[in-house]
Design a protein around this ligand. Sequence first.
Ligand SMILES: [Mg+2]
Length: 381
Amino acid sequence: MRLRELVPHLYRVPLAQPVVTSFGTMRARWALWVQLRDDAGAEGWGEVWCNFPDSGALHRCRLLQGVYAPLLTGLQGDDAAAISARVQAGVRILRLQSAEHGPLDQCSAGIDTALWDLQARREGVPLHALLRRALGDPPRPGEARVPAYASGINPQGVGATVDRARAEGHAAFKVKVGFGRDGDLRALTEARAAAGSAPLAADANQGWTMDEAVAMLPALQPFELAWLEEPIAADEPVSHWLDLHRQAAMPLALGENVNSLPAFEALLASGAVGVMQPDLAKWGGFTGCLEVVRRCRAHRVRYCPHYLGGGIGLLASAHLLAAAGGDGWLEMDVNPNPLRTDVLGGLLQPVGGRVSLPSGSGLGLTPDLGALRAWAQSLPA
Ligand SMILES: [Mg+2]
């Protein structure tokens, strides 16, 4: 394939009800999508992580326009991974010189996703089928379905949110903690009461010191958590994660803030991590996360894609999970976000805690941008 153009699409939805985490409050939802076109008229779509800071989406959009579009135009190769490697080589020195690892890695990840989508559409196969082939697995006949869980659940009104998510078809739930011991235990008590015997996980978003995390562990035990996510900072030494693991009754989870293969490998090899959660829009795209999936398999660690963003990245994450198989769940934000729901139309509606993937080629979706007109941002000059 030979690439003709890269078109960024930028959206912003102001929030009536902010999304709160232990490290900050999200007052608007952004989405930054990459549309690639090749010389034959085929296209591919990807999403660039841009949740924080609030100005980050604009910066990443400028990087797509100013750095990546000229680099991609005219680029050709046999497959997505090969072209993606050339894109990353093309920004390698800028990445070092500017130390803009995050924004550049996220733009590269969105482009990588779009390249795989483009390749799958050209071949006329669903993305999960192409990704399974890349993993060396045989084709799996029949409809692709993956288990999912309701995520992004704020402590305020947690019981009502769990009830709503269940009514929408979810059968597993994850609650945000890290707001203070009493409030956390209150929220978990309410969540467990609403969830009944359904799986319940908790996410501290790196909110505790090592001592605080150790102190919380006995209080968390009665909630029988499916996992405890990011109790401490993702860049704490692996020995700290191992210490915590040895004292924890529940599996530990992280991955959304791990951003190199050696770091993933060190955590997986340590035995400290029960659930690995790379975010394909934030680091690696399909190419990087396929390698993490291979290593999860080798270390027998559960792979659960992290995701909190718009509909393109969610659909891409579902395809990778469907390809990976195993006992992972798809993370599905249940906060209102038209950049997720409106673009997906009726796709990925949970039924009995599982979602079905579309059967069309690539992602199985061509976004209806007209439906999102109200949220479109004019591109920065
Ligand atoms: Mg998380």
